[in-house]
Structures are given as C-alpha cells and as structure tokens.
Design a protein around this ligand. Structure first.
Ligand code: HEM
Length: 428
C-alpha cells in the first residue's frame, strides 16, 4: 500500500482520541538516530509503559523544583538585554530576540532535564553547537526527499555531518548520565558528598534524569540507553518548542501594545516595582499573561502539525483511511476555525478568559496535541513560559522596529520566523 498523507481539521478529534492510531507517521523516522526509542517516537507497548513511567516526573510537585532554574536563567537573559539597551545611544536595542530566547530555553531544559549547566547564553560549547546544527540539518534533510533514504543519506556529506553531530550529542548525554549515576551512588552512601557532587550537581534539587535513574519498569531499572533516549527526547522536544512560543509571544506583545500594557499592569499588581523573583504562588495570579501565552500558541503553535501512521483500515467521517496511510492534524488551521475563534487572525487574549472559553470544543485548541499522545511536558512549558516572560515584561518594553523585516512563519520542525523576530527593546 502506497503511503499517502491526508490532513484533517474537523476530523482531528477522531484521530487524536483514538487509542488505535497512536503510531507516529513516516517523517518521525528521521528522529530515530538521535532519539532512539524515546517517548516522542516510540510506539506500542514500549510507548505505553514508558508514558506511564514518565508521567509522574511532570507532576506539579516535581516541576516546582525548576522554578529556581527558570528564574535564574531568565535573569541571565534580562542581564544580556539590559547590556544591549545600555550600549545603544537612545537606550533602545534593536535585536533579533530569537537566538537569545533560544539559548535561554536550552539552558533551562538542560539544567532541568540533566541537572547540568551548559551556559549556552554566555559560552559556546560543542554540545550547544551540535544541538543547533542538528535542528537545521534535519530540516535540510527533510527538504531533500531523496535524503530520507538511509543508504543515500549515509553516503551524503550531510549524512556524514549528521553522524559527527550524533557522536557529540550522545557523548554528552552519556557522560552526564554516567556522572549523575555516580553521584546518586555517592549520595546514597553519603560519602564524599561535597567534593564530588558539586562538580556536576548544580543545586540541591533533582533533575528529570535523577527520577529516571531511580525509576523502574516492572521492577527492571531502565538501562542507560533507555535513559539516554528519554533525556535526548526532552532536550529535543523541550527546547525549540518553548523558544518558539516565547519568541512569537514577544512579537505579538510588540504588535499589540495595548495587550502588552494590560499584561504589564497585571505584573505591577502582583510584583509592584520590586526585583524579586517569580514564585510558584505568583503563577495563579498571572491570569491575563496566561491568556496571552495561550493566544500566542493559538496563532503560532510551536508544533504546527503532527502525523499518525494508520495500521488498519479505519473510517473517519466520510473518509475511509486505508492501512499504511499517514494522517495528519494541523494545529495551525484548526486554530483558525472561525466557528470556535471569531476573527481568528486577530490577537485577542480575552478568548481564553474562563467565561469566554467555557463550552468551546476541547479539541478546537491543540497546541500540545490532545488524547493519549499529547505533550507530556505541557505543564513544564507553561510554567517556564510564565516565569521567563514575566521576568522580561517586568523589566523591558518590546516595540516593533520600523526598519526591521517582518517575521515570516516557516515550518522548521518548530514554527520559526525565517527572518528572525526583530524588535526594539528598552528598559522600563
Ligand atoms: C511550548 C512548548 C511545547 C509545545 C507547544 C509542545 C507541543 C507538543 C506536541 C504538539 C506534541 C505531540 C507531537 C506529536 O504527536 O508528534 C508533543 C509531544 C511531546 N512533548 Fe511537547 N511541547 C512543548 C514543550 C515540551 C517540553 C518542555 C517537554 C519536555 C520537557 C516536552 C516533551 C514532549 C514529549 C516527550 C512528547 C511526546 C509525548 C508522547 O508521545 O507520549 N514538550 N509536544
């Protein structure tokens, strides 16, 4: 059976809720060399057992551990923006915010997932370079369909570069797992705690990796390879997605100054003019900010679409989908359905206020996908987004820059702007 792609909008519900259509589509195969059998790409029983095992790692009580990391790294970003503003003659820095946000996001996921600082915002390392280059390389490979053939790819110069990058990426994760395991054993035996642990443990909190090291499936401890696959998956899924969300958020704030004003006033109500960090108690008070983030993900969903592989013939609405097909759901078009979102191209955060959102079809809004294979990291992403964005908006004003190129949304695994996100940034 020839594989074909069918993209659905209204019928997405049946695909997403199905317990049968949980296999990923063809394009995900490109991720296998990096992510192995990690949660994003695994299937069948392996996926089910891993999903069950990993879900507790994203519980609120665990995520609260990362508030400190999110604050610390976003304050590094604020320091960088401040320097840029101060070094310009009129106090306004004209910058493409995308790379800055992206490096901040990489620092946060690396520390939360592996308990390891990589200082991507201030230093350059082989690992950071490899993460970025791998993202670009996968887009290049995808755009040249003949390179999806593993043999042809392995003989191409892109394929050889891919292998070199993989070595760096896997080498780094392997080393962290090894060191972290050692530290775990030391912590357990309570020997040489200070000397050894401070080499690699950045603070007194557990990283997602520590939870995996102690987790077990049916009494079997996960192997180092299993853990590596999951950690690489978190690094891949948890970095660019959040960065895309935050970049588009700042663009929309600049494009809608009255909304930025409302969000800022809410922040003033909660924090006053203080410099204090954002705490988990502040988070539920940031209601309008949350609406702005949700509206950003509606208009610019970081993952604009996702695919499933159909293993047996199924009927969806008026369509018969034969086994062997890939079916897709486009969040981007689902989110612009005017039946659920009147004036869909207008930024209206109020649509997500409780009284306006009540009764809306639960699958009308799917930035984190939905159903059994939804995003396991969505609470992580929302918490991270609120902390970073609140720290930025409290300190800086974002405006459109008259001479800057307009952003051009483009599918680059995540939804990115081809021309970057050029804004004018000034201190408040
Ligand atoms: C704004 C940020 C994020 C967005 C918009 C997002 C969106 C998504 C979407 C749409 C999927 C489904 C993909 C598919 O079916 O192909 C997904 C899956 C996943 N996401 Fe996220 N994600 C975000 C952040 C994160 C973070 C921070 C993590 C980890 C720390 C993460 C980990 C995962 C994993 C492991 C899966 C696979 C889940 C499974 O198949 O069981 N994501 N995400």
């Amino acid at each position: 059976m020839q594989v074909s792609h069918v993209y659905f909008r209204e019928e997405s519900v049946e695909i997403l809720t199905s317990q049968k259509i949980i296999e990923k589509g063809e394009p995900y195969k490109q991720l296998h060399p990096w992510l192995g059998q990690g949660l994003l790409v695994s299937s069948g029983e392996l996926w089910r057992s891993r999903r069950k095992l990993l879900t507790p790692a994203f519980h609120f009580s665990i995520l609260n551990n990362f508030v400190e990391v999110f604050n610390e790294q976003s304050l590094v970003l604020c320091g960088i923006f401040e320097e840029i503003c101060q070094s310009s003659t009129d106090g306004k820095g004209e910058i493409d915010v995308d790379p800055y946000i992206s490096r901040c996001s990489l620092d946060m996921i690396c520390e939360a997932a592996m308990g390891t600082k990589i200082n991507a915002q201030t230093e350059n390392s082989d690992y950071v370079r490899a993460v970025y280059r791998m993202g670009q390389l996968m887009v290049e490979q995808y755009m040249q369909p003949w390179l999806r053939n593993p043999t042809i790819f392995s003989l191409s110069s892109l394929g050889r570069e891919h292998n070199r990058l993989l070595k760096t990426l896997h080498g780094f994760t392997k080393e962290v797992i090894h060191r972290r395991r050692e530290i775990g054993e030391i912590l357990n035996s309570r020997k040489h705690l200070e000397t050894k642990a401070t080499e690699f443990v950045t603070r007194n909190q557990l990283a997602l990796l520590d939870l995996l090291l102690t987790a077990s499936v049916g009494g079997q401890v996960l192997s180092d390879q299993d853990i590596q696959d999951e950690i690489d998956t978190f690094m891949f899924e948890g970095h660019d997605t959040s960065a895309s969300m935050m970049g588009w958020f700042l663009y929309l704030m600049a494009a809608n100054p009255e909304c930025q004003g409302k969000a800022y006033n809410e922040l003033l109500d909660v924090f006053g003019k203080s410099e204090r960090e954002c705490t988990q108690e502040d988070i539920p008070k940031l209601k309008y900010l949350e609406c702005c983030i949700k509206e950003t993900l509606r208009m610019y969903p970081s993952i604009a679409g996702f695919e499933r592989h159909v293993q047996e013939d199924i009927r969806i609405g008026n369509y018969l989908i034969p086994a062997g097909c890939s079916v897709g759901c486009l969040a981007l078009t689902t989110h612009t359905n005017s039946k659920f979102f009147p004036d869909p191209l207008v930024f209206k955060p109020e649509r997500f206020l409780l009284d306006q959102a009540v009764g809306r079809h639960p699958y009308a809004y799917i930035p984190f996908s939905a159903g059994p294979r939804n995003c396991i990291g969505q609470r992580f992403a929302m918490l991270e987004g609120k902390i970073v964005i609140s720290n930025l908006l409290r300190r800086f004003k974002f405006e459109q820059s008259p001479n800057a190129p307009a952003p051009i949304p483009s599918f680059q695994i995540t939804l990115k702007s081809l021309t970057g996100i050029h804004l004018s940034v000034s201190c408040r």
